[in-house]
Design a protein around this ligand. Structure first.
Ligand SMILES: *Cc1c(COP(=O)(O)O)cnc(C)c1O
Length: 432
């Protein structure tokens, strides 16, 4: 039972607050969190839930991590924020240097921003300005994959899947871009020329108007939780080069170990021209993202009119966010993250295997610390969300997809409880 305080909190929430992708008039339950520690969320009513989401894939080290807390507290005593125009500071410089070292070669410079969507906007603007500087101002369109997700701002939306991204709703303000089917060659398979044909066709016909191709390498996240062959990326990179089209790797979901490599591009052994990171960059502590690009791009933009890159967020390079990002990366590198992800992968494979035989289930797939149960029908959110909480876990499905992306520090029995909860809820609650 909720205390009177919690009840009043929830009532005021309903009255005043929008939540992501929500209606103010839905009967979906909402839960008030009091605190979070390790892999546990503690609700206001005292219940503890094992977190299977890492708070939308960010909290890779779990919650209330002493060294991350300390990094912010230390920085707070120096300065919380200063503008980044004309000023710089050690946390931002150190972080940018670290990101250049950590990411694939050729990504030599960094533009910091506040969120993944903005990092994607920056990547798109950068690509367009690059071709302008190269005297090819006609190259202003993008190629992306169906089932892709790149963020919710207007530019980013224009390269999200047209259907799940609801392009029809915003028809007149979204730029028209080119979409190709998401790759059908599976992870660890090679791709044949058939698989690359849709890309080749568009490049051949429209390369004069295309600035860049944008992809989520290997794992398509919020647009469908699909995995595909790294070989596709390798071949796409070659084709893009052939047609003077830049390749933007959106590693906002896949970056920092989630797929088993530090960055998913490493599976394909390629260096994209531009790369976006975000989400787990700060270990889930603060909103921060970065766009990395090659010297060729930064030099070309800087040498030609207007000589400047046209973007500058107010909170660019926020010192608190940069400090905690540095500490999060240090913590990740100091951990046995590769072995941890391998262990999580095996536990997910074993733990979700039994779901495959359930009537409601279409497919079960696992890659790195990502486990997906795809259903035949969309879930009833109100019903399933309550059922998961009753089972003591925090799992937030969307559409036909129930998935786990736990913090990397999760223990075997905790991960097993997450997997068992999915099986239990799907076996007992299938009234849609
Ligand atoms: C979440 C996500 C974004 C958007 O990031 P926000 O921080 O929510 O703006 C962009 N691309 C991918 C692949 C993502 O997963």
């Amino acid at each position: 039972m909720n205390s009177p305080n919690t009840t009043s909190l929830l009532n005021e929430d309903i009255k005043y607050v929008w939540h992501p992708y929500s209606s103010l008039h839905s009967d979906n339950p909402i839960f008030a969190v009091k605190s979070a520690n390790g892999v546990y969320l503690t609700l206001e009513d005292g219940r503890q839930l094992i977190d299977g989401m890492s708070s939308w894939w960010c909290a890779i080290h779990g919650y209330n991590v002493p060294t991350l807390n300390d990094a912010i507290k230390r920085q707070l005593d120096n300065m919380a924020h200063v503008m980044f125009g004309g000023l710089t500071h050690s946390p931002a410089v150190k972080l940018c240097k670290k990101l250049v070292e950590l990411t694939p070669e050729k990504l030599d410079t960094v533009f910091l921003s506040d969120s993944g969507s903005v990092a994607v906007e920056v990547a798109m603007k950068m690509a367009v300005q690059y071709w302008q500087a190269r005297q090819l101002p006609g190259k202003q369109k993008f190629i992306s994959l169906q089932n892709g997700y790149h963020g919710d701002t207007i530019g980013a939306m224009s390269v999200c899947d047209p259907i799940t991204g609801m392009h029809s709703l915003f028809e007149d303000i979204l730029a028209k871009n080119y979409f190709i089917p998401s790759p059908t060659c599976h992870f660890e398979e090679l791709c044949h020329s058939e698989h690359l044909k849709p890309l080749k066709t568009i490049l051949k016909q429209h390369h004069h108007s295309i600035a860049a191709m944008i992809i989520e390498p290997v794992v398509q996240g919020a647009g469908g939780m699909k995995f595909y062959s790294a070989d596709y990326i390798k071949q796409a990179k070659v084709l893009c080069e052939q047609y003077d089209v830049l390749l933007i790797a959106d590693e906002i979901a896949t970056g920092f170990g989630r797929t088993g490599k530090m960055f998913a591009c490493e599976y394909a052994n390629i260096s994209p021209d531009i790369m976006c990171v975000g989400k787990s960059l700060t270990g889930g502590y603060m909103s921060l993202a970065a766009t990395l690009f090659s010297k060729e791009i930064s030099n070309t933009i800087s040498k030609h009119p207007p000589h400047i890159f046209m973007h500058g967020p107010t909170f660019m390079g926020n010192p608190l966010a940069c400090s905690v990002a540095l500490e999060s990366i240090r913590l990740l590198e100091a951990s046995a993250w590769k072995q941890n992800i391998k262990k999580i992968e095996q536990l997910l494979i074993d733990g979700l295997k039994d779901c495959q035989s359930l009537d409601a289930v279409k497919d079960v797939r696992v890659l790195g610390a990502i486990g997906v149960v795809e259903l035949k029908q969309p879930v009833n959110m109100a019903h399933i969300q309550q059922a998961f909480v009753d089972a003591g876990v925090w799992i937030r499905p969307f559409g036909k997809l129930i998935y786990l992306m736990p913090p990397f520090i999760i223990k075997k029995d905790e991960l097993n409880r997450l997997c068992e909860a999915i099986h239990h809820v799907l076996s007992n609650n299938m009234q849609q």
